[in-house]
Design a protein around this ligand. Structure first.
Ligand code: GTP
Ligand code: MG
Length: 380
């Protein structure tokens, strides 16, 4: 088995708006151990490469029709120096675990999440057998792997069929694992399609589980929305449009779609008009912000958090009349996020386990002490 580097230009991905300098930092064959790895596996033509190109390289879904079958493991470094740091390994569909060149210790050893893609428009019996083989093999090498099953291409099927196939795949897959003696393994299921936002939502959930600071980020978002009279807030990775954290209120797909669309509008407008005079000015910078008033008395509010992250909030119009409080609290929030970053970098340098847990304590303390006291309370 060999590896190849991701090609330089993929589909319609605009070169001027990507992960920039941090992209492809590591050299081709080096396996970087510090970054969690997400493996994309599944039968041939199930849609693995399409998912990777659409989510991380802005390829339009229709262009995936022309993708060639993958014949080697393709490594892609998603390294934007923020919380979203990992590698995606796109596997060929015909992978054979019994091939002596398949180094399962190396492949599954440093793996954070294994995404297994099943084509819902096809007969999935063979896919379930492969899923079982894959999970069994991977779990033996590394029991900490998060197993995520994407029931994919659900754009072409009815809602009833979606629900029925999810139920059927879920029960068969878990029964097969029990038969194989793997009681402790938990599979997460997601209904996905590259033709809508479901693939971004599912990938958001996969990526979030790999962010050790997730609890701290959620905590900050909760504090921010409660103190600012905000309905919902998402912290977005701007390039991929996956949300790396949100507050504790439930996510509804429509709100997520609205916020994704807002990012598109802001980036597109900035690309067209923002850097007209100076092409070196990035489309997203610390001046980036946007307010969109909807016709249902809500406001969408976007603010830049850092080079790669944006906060997008849904706010009731009457609450937005206190924009001063929201803006002030946003500055506290941004400052707190910066501190989480700094702690993260410190954390990455610490090797001893005791030191690690001390530092995690720091993170928790910092949430309560610093931020609560600095945020202004929103009052009706
Ligand atoms: N309708 C629909 N088609 C999709 C979706 N995702 C991928 N496809 C199509 O599925 C076909 C196969 O996609 P690939 O991404 O090449 O599949 P793969 O799993 O990488 O295949 P191998 O590299 O051969 O293992 C392409 O024609 C895609 O356009 C989806 O969500 N819905
Ligand atoms: Mg492929």
């Amino acid at each position: 088995m060999s590896y190849q580097d991701e090609e330089e230009q993929v589909g319609s991905f605009p070169k001027d708006f990507g992960y920039g300098d941090f992209e492809h930092e590591s050299d081709g064959n080096r396996v970087s151990d510090d970054k969690p790895r997400i493996l994309l596996m599944g039968l041939r033509r199930s849609g693995k490469s399409s998912i990777q190109k659409v989510v991380f390289h802005k390829m339009s879904p229709n262009e995936t029709l022309f993708l060639e079958s993958t014949n080697k493991i393709v490594k892609d470094d998603i390294n934007n120096n923020s919380f979203v740091q990992f590698q995606i390994w796109d596997f060929p569909g015909q992978i054979d675990f019994f091939d002596p060149t398949f180094d399962s210790d190396m492949i599954f050893g440093g793996c954070g999440a294994l995404v297994f893609v099943i084509d819902a428009q096809d007969d999935y019996v063979e896919a379930l057998t492969k899923l079982n083989q894959t999970v069994t093999k991977a779990y033996k090498v590394n029991p900490r792997i998060k197993f995520e099953v994407f029931i994919h291409k659900v754009d072409g099927v009815s809602d009833d069929f979606k629900m029925e196939s999810q139920r059927d795949i879920h029960s068969r897959a878990t029964d097969d694992l029990l038969d194989a003696g793997l009681e402790g393994v938990h599979l997460n299921f997601h209904l996905t399609s590259i033709y809508d936002h479901s693939i971004f939502e599912a990938f958001s959930k996969v990526v979030q589980k790999l962010i050790p600071q997730l609890a701290a980020l959620e905590n900050l978002l909760n504090l921010f929305i409660h103190n600012s009279g905000i309905e919902k807030a998402f912290l977005f990775d701007v390039v991929s449009k996956i949300y790396i954290a949100t507050d504790a209120t439930p996510v509804d797909m429509q709100s997520y779609e609205l916020c994704c669309d807002m990012i598109d509008v802001v980036i597109d407008l900035s690309c067209i008009y923002g850097s007209r005079d100076n092409p070196d000015v990035p489309a997203f910078d610390n001046q980036s912000s946007s307010i969109i008033k909807m016709n249902n008395s809500t406001v969408l509010y976007l603010r830049e958090v850092n080079k790669f992250l944006a906060l997008v909030c849904i706010i009731r119009e009457e609450s937005f009349s206190r924009q001063g409080v929201i803006d002030y609290n946003f500055l506290c929030f941004r400052e707190a996020i910066t501190q989480v970053f700094e702690l993260r970098f410190k954390h990455q340098k610490l090797e001893a386990i005791e030191q690690d847990s001390d530092n995690l304590e720091d993170l928790r303390d910092f949430d309560r002490e610093d931020v609560i006291s600095s945020m202004k309370r929103f009052q009706d």
